[in-house]
Design a protein around this ligand. Structure first.
Ligand code: ADE
Length: 418
């Protein structure tokens, strides 16, 4: 079996962590048990490019249990858990190509290693596999039954491919399932981002001015949790509706140059380029901390920092100090990469349970229905979303009421008024 991981000797620790995450993934466990009986994915070759974490390991094991030949590479150079990668290879016989801290060339070499297995379904977190197939490995296209996409950034890229009529095979936007973004993006990013910032810096959040840039589901989650830790939260948002929502949720909303003068910590979750750029970096206070939880490392303008700093040094793991020519110190966390996955462990298993249940069932759906799918970006079928919500509630021991026949009738009638 071909693979490329840091050190197979790390497998024992990795296995413990995979099992620990598995404890908190009951929905995925149920699907795994079902897959092992139905072998619904028998004969399928699947190439995954995801954050190589203990939660992802549980997904890979589930897909393999369904009969799929799976291989895995990293969707970010800094998010790989090397012990988990080792265990997937050594204990579970799953080919993994990922090493934490890999350079850009190795990152792409690992994507091509996965593509060498000639996948029929791609599973992406950020659309790098889809984009590599469309640009560098076009000969694989005819083999493709479909793909899934985990994250907002990837879905935006794929919808733009669909709009430009260049998308070569159908994709299910797992990110857009309600049981994904309402929980993973909000509570997962909310908690793991704060976790990443605290593990990197060990600062006290209480009393700090914490600036969240972007008020999508991820930004909402981070703002909520930063507030819960006692920070005064400021939101920067370019969309008037979201800005209004942030204001009515009780946060300060202002322009970047105003926030620059007072913020202590800046966190971007927009998916766009240089949102922590010159207007903030030129005007921010001495000892400002900047971090990113968006998918790509483009949100902080590192070139501006490099050009305008007198020196750069690492002051703690995952913390770089840029001493600016004017004497101010700016601290960049995790090289501007996803702080929650680079300096913490990403979202907790309990929330990845639903995201990866969506991945598993969407894969089964594509495998069964590929003939009927067009070269479009599809939503996760509603019955999958509802089923996951129902099972998750059951596994949490939560029971909910049903409509009475009378209530059902009322909702379905238009004649009954006052
Ligand atoms: N994305 C965010 N958190 C994650 C995790 N724990 N595993 C895989 N992908 C993630």
């Amino acid at each position: 079996m071909d693979f490329d991981v840091k050190d197979l000797k790390l497998a024992k620790e990795g296995k413990n962590r995979i099992q620990w995450a598995g404890r908190d993934m009951p929905v995925l466990k149920g699907i795994r048990e079902e897959f092992s009986k139905s072998r619904a994915l028998k004969g399928l070759t699947l190439g995954a490019c995801l954050h190589v974490t203990s939660e992802t390991a549980n997904l890979m094991i589930t897909l393999k249990e369904g009969g799929a030949n799976v291989s895995l590479c990293a969707s970010n150079p800094l998010s790989t858990q090397d012990d988990v990668a080792a265990s997937l290879v050594d204990d579970y016989g799953i080919p993994v190509f990922a090493i934490k801290g890999e350079d850009n060339d190795t990152y792409y070499k690992h994507i091509y290693n996965v593509l060498d297995t000639k996948p029929q379904i791609s599973m992406d977190d950020g659309a790098d596999v889809v984009s590599s197939i469309h640009s560098k490995r076009k000969e694989l296209m005819e083999n493709m039954l479909g793909g899934t996409e985990e994250t907002t950034t990837g879905v935006i890229r794929l919808k733009s491919m669909e709009a430009k009529k260049v998308l070569g095979y159908p994709i299910i936007a797992v990110n857009d399932a309600q049981t994904k973004h309402l929980f993973d993006n909000r509570y997962g990013t909310g908690q793991s981002t704060i976790d990443g910032i605290l593990r990197a810096t060990n600062i006290l959040l209480a009393g700090k001015r914490f600036v969240v840039i972007g008020y999508g589901w991820c930004g909402k989650g981070v703002a909520m949790r930063a507030k819960g830790m006692g920070a005064s939260v400021i939101v920067l948002e370019i969309d008037p509706l979201r800005a209004l929502e942030a204001k009515m949720d009780g946060f300060e909303v202002m322009k970047n140059t105003e926030a620059a003068k007072i913020g202590d910590v800046f966190l971007s979750v927009t998916g766009d380029k240089h949102v922590i750029g010159e207007p903030i970096l030129k005007n921010c206070k001495d000892k400002t901390i900047v971090a990113n939880s968006g998918h790509f490392d483009i949100e902080i303008d590192l070139d501006y920092l490099k050009e305008n700093s007198a020196s750069i040094r690492t002051v703690r793991p995952m913390v770089e100090e840029y001493k600016m020519k004017d004497g101010r110190r700016i601290y960049v966390l995790a090289e501007g990469r996803l702080v929650n996955l680079s300096s913490a462990e990403g979202h907790p298993a309990s929330v990845m349970d639903m995201s990866f249940a969506n991945q598993s069932l969407s894969t089964e759906y594509i495998y069964k229905n590929s003939k009927d799918l067009e070269k479009k970006v599809y939503k996760v079928p509603e019955e999958i979303d509802k089923r996951i919500a129902k099972i998750k509630l059951e596994t949490m021991g939560v029971n909910i009421d049903k409509l009475t026949p009378e209530q059902e009738e009322y909702l379905n009638s238009w004649e009954i008024g006052t």
